[in-house]
Design a protein around this ligand. Sequence first.
Ligand SMILES: [Zn+2]
Length: 183
Amino acid sequence: MAMRMLFIIIPLVAFSYQWPMFDQYGNADNKIVISGFGAYRPYYNGMEEHFHAGIDIPEQENAQMLELYIWPIDYAIVVRITGVAPNQHVTIQHYNSQFTTPKEEGSTYRHVTAICDVGETLTLDNPVANGWDMHHEHLHLEYRVPGTLADYKNPFTITELQIEDNTAPTLCRGDFHFVSGNS
Ligand SMILES: [Zn+2]
């Protein structure tokens, strides 16, 4: 009996992350990535060489008609919005669900049209951006420490952001080819 009580009490730890896209029924949707995290990208079309600092998630079909938005992956306060729609970059500082304690991490949503304001408090039900007309038809999501240039974290270390990896790479002329490439 005492053991049973313990199991009831223990699990209420507030890990609050969520995937940033949902379908019209409220299910986490589009759990698809078209990039990995940290891949090397050489100089291309005026863009300096760099390591990919986030993950790319494709825009959902009929997102405008179905009013599908981009949601924060955690409770947060908006700290910075730069760029010009539809290629704005929104950075948020994560908080606990009571907004009393900032967390070490935050997240950035690139290639979007923002529908939040700097200083705004975001619960998991307050959208960050439109889910349509995204620059290059994808969301670039970074999990990082806001305000730092280098401290990018791997989004796949968050359970809620992990995706099923069920596509085996095929070997081709000595290179690995993946169905989900980098773009
Ligand atoms: Zn990207």
